[in-house]
Write a protein of this length. Structure first.
Ligand SMILES: Cc1ncc(COP(=O)(O)O)c(C=O)c1O
Length: 387
């Protein structure tokens, strides 16, 4: 263990965990320092500390207790677990949904059940680690296609005739670059070759589509994507993964997914906060609008300052800096000036593609954003990222 830790340290890969001394808010206490502007949370809509979510969680504790008592299939399904699945299905405009402990558990647990020996998984080269782990748990063969490259996907699918089943998997919004999968084209090409499609919309739900209904709605693909996965840990501000679809899908996963069958279900407070989050997003259309207003404002200002924001099309905004050490230095300097951002370095991204990953939320005020921009300008000039 120590040798491995030494290796991580030498490669600048050992995590330094920064600690929040208060709720996830646009400004909070970080490592004991007050008023730090947070630009690296996934709390897109600012719901993590929303009074309605907190109230719902407290009410659920009073009514149902602190824990669920079991796994879902034994004695760990309460009426609120079922209410959440109905609420989510209604928000997404589908027949039913199934909720897991996390998005990671959903990917790790579901993908492995969809394919087996004699099948093929075709995965975008930049898919999230939880998809990669889900794929590793199958006995199916696995191959990748070039990032967002539908011609390359087609090339792979043209040679897939010998497999019994083929599953194409993609992130909806790519978590490091903020670009969007061409899901309409992927669905078409997959359909032409008899392949199924699985989309991980962790960063699209609450962000893309009409009132945050996600990537399937964004492309008008309702009913055409075989498996639509998402999470409550980002825009919805809580925790929990899910797949939405029809009742057959739900019955299949309910009987097959190991984290669902073998690991404790969500505590009541979590479930109730998730229900409250969906209701809020449905009722308050301004949340998603504000997220996009802030995103557009911040991105345009970054570009005016001369920063390279890569191919981002969503609130996930990278500032491309190149070398890993430079990204780390950039983030440290920002934190020193009261702005919390995350350096993303090799091997999380390719060598020479290190970046600062920023996520603006609906809750940031213009003042928060302007103060952060002033810090980026200073740090960018000091480190020669902009001139
Ligand atoms: C694309 C993607 N999928 C899945 C996950 C896992 O979601 P969760 O935090 O709910 O486990 C993440 C989280 O980082 C993600 O970015």
């Amino acid at each position: 263990m120590s040798a491995e830790l030494e290796r991580l340290k030498e490669a600048s890969l050992e995590w330094k965990v920064h600690v929040l001394g208060g709720p996830s808010e646009p400004r909070t206490i970080v490592d004991g320092r007050e008023g730090v502007i947070v630009l690296c949370s996934n709390n897109y809509l600012g719901l993590a500390n929303h009074p309605k979510l907190k109230e719902a969680a407290l009410d659920a504790v009073r009514e149902f207790g602190a824990g669920s008592g079991s796994v879902r299939v034994i004695a760990g399904t309460m009426t609120i677990h079922e209410e959440l699945e109905r609420e989510l299905a209604s928000f997404k405009g589908v027949e039913d949904s199934i909720v897991f402990q996390s998005g990671f558990a959903a990917n790790a647990g579901c993908i492995q059940q969809l394919v087996d020996e004699g099948d093929l998984i075709v995965s975008d080269e930049l898919n999230h680690g939880s998809i990669i782990d889900g794929c590793r748990l199958t006995r199916a063969e696995r191959t990748i296609y070039k990032h967002r490259d539908v011609d390359d996907l087609k090339r792979v699918l043209e040679t897939s005739g010998k497999y019994r089943r083929v599953l194409v998997i993609t992130d909806g919004v790519f978590s490091m670059d903020g670009d969007i999968a061409p899901l309409d084209k992927i669905v078409k090409v997959a359909g032409d070759h008899g392949a199924m499609v699985y989309v991980d919309d962790a960063h699209g739900d609450g962000v893309l589509g009409e009132n945050g209904r996600g990537i399937v709605n964004h492309f008008g693909l309702e009913g055409k994507v075989d498996f639509e996965m998402g999470t409550f840990s980002k825009a919805f501000g809580v925790v929990g993964g899910y797949i939405v679809g029809d009742q057959i899908m739900k019955r299949f996963f309910l009987n097959k997914v190991r984290p669902y069958l073998l690991s404790g279900s969500h505590p009541p407070a979590t479930v109730a906060a998730c229900i409250a989050a969906i209701r809020l997003v449905r009722e308050d259309r301004k949340l998603v609008e504000r997220l996009w207003e802030n995103t557009k404002y911040f991105k345009s200002k970054l570009k005016q300052l001369g920063f390279d924001t890569g191919n981002s099309e969503t609130p996930i905004t990278p500032i491309m800096v190149g070398e890993s050490s430079l990204a780390q230095r950039f983030a440290e300097e920002c934190l020193g000036m009261g702005v919390f951002v995350l350096p993303i370095v090799y091997p999380m991204v390719a060598k020479g593609k290190a970046r600062i990953r920023i996520i603006v939320t609906a809750a940031h005020s213009k003042e928060d954003l302007d103060d952060a921009l002033a810090v980026f300008q200073k740090v960018g000039m000091k480190l020669g990222v902009i001139h």
